[in-house]
Ligand binder design. Structure first.
Ligand code: TXA
Ligand code: MG
Length: 339
């Protein structure tokens, strides 16, 4: 099967494929998703096959309106309603308790809950409306690889395995949505994203649990590439923690007799002498641009160069930096450049 690339003015054709049970990748404000009709079990099964993803990992249901959530989920709490009002459409995924047997176990991973998200992308909202069904959407990458922030990334991983890709250019946020569990008494962030714990707390007026995403950071820090390695390029990523570490990190890179990659902000790239064996990939000016470009940079060194080692800049672990560092730590298997 040759994968067809659709532009936003070809939404009816892409929607017809989804409605017929085919897979179509779609843009969101975070990363590209791999779409299938959430109410068609055979279509959902194909998503796991195309990605090479373990089938007990549940999927996010993407909706164009709150009424679709209410069709499947138990009555929404006041907390949920406040968050929907504040952040939808946007990069906040919420986990709700389901009505009995509302969605297939292929969607929920056998849980009594499901994750819902209303993405902030006009083309995809039109796609969902035209297909007349909510769509599941894991990130549209091969399992284990960095998530796709361009239609070209999706094409690279999934050409020949899916029917279509709706191309709406680069994604704005670049890291996946915040996943907030609202199925338990205290709201808990299971995955950090652009909607920060502080922003959520300000809306709901109560504390949010955030430990869940720190588990990986405290366990096996000295065993790179083990259990927590996701978002992994072929190259080994070394995290450079502080801006004052760069001179030594680059001196070390210069001594390696192989091509190396350097991912950092323009300030770091301009302040330091970049050795001739190092190829630069700019992360722009700040945490926003760095998050938007992180996965593209990791993929750039994989697909367009022979580079085996990448030095990549750390950011402070707060705000959007929580999401950036969560993804960077996983892609590096917790490996830091140490002076
Ligand atoms: O930004 C995003 O969220 C992107 C775009 C395409 O929407 N999607 C995405 O999907 O990142 P995926 O499948 O790569 O990540 C979904 C995460 C997984 O960690 C999954 O385990 C968790 O959400 N999840 C889904 N349903 C869940 C549930 N019922 N309970 C707990 N975790 C759930
Ligand atoms: Mg993913």
């Amino acid at each position: 099967m040759e994968t067809k690339v659709f532009k936003p003015d070809e939404i009816p054709a892409a929607a017809a494929l989804l409605a017929a049970g085919e897979l179509v990748a779609f843009p969101t404000e975070t990363v590209y998703g791999l779409g299938a009709d959430a109410t068609n079990v055979d279509a959902v099964k194909q998503v796991y096959r195309a990605k090479g993803r373990p089938s007990d990992n549940p999927l996010i249901v993407h909706v164009a309106d709150v009424a679709t959530v209410e069709r499947f989920a138990m009555p929404l709490s006041e907390t949920a309603k406040k968050l929907i009002k504040a952040f939808w459409p946007g990069p906040l995924t919420m986990i709700f308790k389901l009505k009995p047997n509302a969605l297939a176990t292929e969607v929920t991973g056998g849980l009594q809950t499901a994750a819902f998200r209303n993405p902030d992308n006009a083309a995809t909202l039109a796609l969902i409306r035209a297909a007349k069904t909510p769509i599941v959407g894991p990130s549209a990458n091969t399992s284990g690889k960095p998530s796709p922030t361009l239609a070209e990334h999706v094409y690279h991983d999934l050409n020949g395995k899916i029917a279509g890709i709706l191309d709406d250019g680069p994604t704005k946020v670049g890291v996946e949505s915040t996943v907030l569990d609202l199925s338990t008494d205290q709201p808990a962030i299971l995955r950090p994203g652009a909607i920060t714990p502080e922003a959520i707390e300000a809306v709901i007026g109560m504390p949010v649990q955030t430990e869940a995403h720190h588990v990986g950071a405290t366990e096996v820090p000295k065993a790179p590439g083990m259990k927590y390695k996701h978002y992994a390029p072929n190259a080994q990523v070394y995290i450079v923690d502080r801006s004052e570490d760069w001179p030594q990190a680059l001196a070390w890179a210069a001594q390696q007799d192989v091509p190396m990659g350097v991912m950092a902000t323009d300030a770091i790239l301009n302040q330091n002498q970049i050795p001739s064996n190092c190829e630069q990939f700019s992360l722009g000016t700040d945490i926003q641009s760095a998050s938007q470009r992180l996965f593209a940079g990791l993929r750039h060194f994989d697909t367009e160069t022979e580079i085996k080692d990448i030095l990549c800049q750390a950011f402070e672990n707060k705000g959007l930096g929580l999401a950036y560092m969560n993804r960077l730590n996983k892609s590096a298997g917790q490996t830091h450049f140490s002076v």
